[in-house]
Design a protein around this ligand. Structure first.
Ligand code: BTN
Length: 244
């Protein structure tokens, strides 16, 4: 790869998403990336914590297009970019578990936490990315559901080149965002969608409801389209959903 994208690298921070949130002076940038060698309070989706040891890759990517962005739809573009970069790096056709977990053989390789802040002109999105990386020992309680680049390929990876590949794809995919989403992005998502689970918890108004349904795809707003057992169709927002 010829282009080298600059990024800020911190030795240790609570969370790279928090770091960007707390620095309004960078919100007006178009793209900005900050990596932490170690996070002391890495956050996952649904308020979970994110395992952030030194052999994991953790960084956040700020995106400000100067236009209003729909967080569900732009997160689809970011997930596709992450999947593409990690597939190339691992030499495997990785899948996306809606909305943006990157998986290999049903195990999670990478996760993405997108958050929105109000920038000077419009909303700005922070994509927090965690890639399971050179892990020698995946903690036992995570082993059934988690994989890492080293286990997939048998090789250790250089963080610098992996981060560069991901930033490069983000810079290509995020400007493709339109609302409604383009047919090309919807198709690409369906082609690489790993939606085998149909037992989910839906969080509505703070209440967790267990539901069963079949996933049929995404719509042009980036929402998940499902059919319930009784035939009812529904479109669900990623921020309300938790696959079990
Ligand atoms: C998920 O739950 O799958 C999303 C995990 C996102 C973790 C990353 S690590 C870098 C950034 N900083 C955080 O605190 N979280 C995200």
């Amino acid at each position: 790869m010829n282009t080298s994208y600059p990024y800020e690298c911190l030795t240790s921070i609570d969370s790279t998403n928090n770091y960007i949130k707390n620095r309004p002076e960078i919100w007006s940038r178009n793209f900005y990336t900050v990596r932490a060698i170690e996070q002391t309070n890495g956050r996952g989706r649904y308020g979970r914590s994110w395992f952030s040891g030194k052999n994991n890759l953790t960084f956040s990517f700020l995106y400000n297009s100067g236009l209003p962005l729909n967080i569900s739809a732009i997160t689809i573009s970011a997930g596709l970019a992450l999947r593409k970069a990690l597939s190339r790096i691992s030499g495997q056709n990785l899948l996306l578990k809606w909305p943006n977990d990157v998986t290999f053989k049903g195990k999670k390789l990478a996760g993405l936490l997108s958050e929105m802040i109000q920038g000077p002109e419009s909303n700005v999105i922070i994509f927090g990315i965690g890639v399971n990386f050179n892990l020698d020992n995946i903690p036992e309680d995570l082993r059934d559901k988690t994989t890492c680049l080293k286990d997939i390929t048998g090789n250790y990876f250089d963080a610098e080149s992996v981060i560069q590949e991901i930033i490069c794809e983000m810079q290509k995919y995020l400007p493709l965002y339109t609302l409604p989403l383009s047919a090309d992005l919807i198709r690409e998502f369906s082609e690489h969608c790993a939606q085998d689970a149909n037992q989910v918890s839906v969080i509505q108004n703070g209440i967790v409801l267990k539901k069963e349904f079949t996933v049929t795809g995404i719509n042009d707003q980036g929402l998940l389209c499902v059919i319930h057992e009784n035939g009812m169709r529904e479109s669900i927002n990623a921020h309300e959903l938790n696959f079990s």
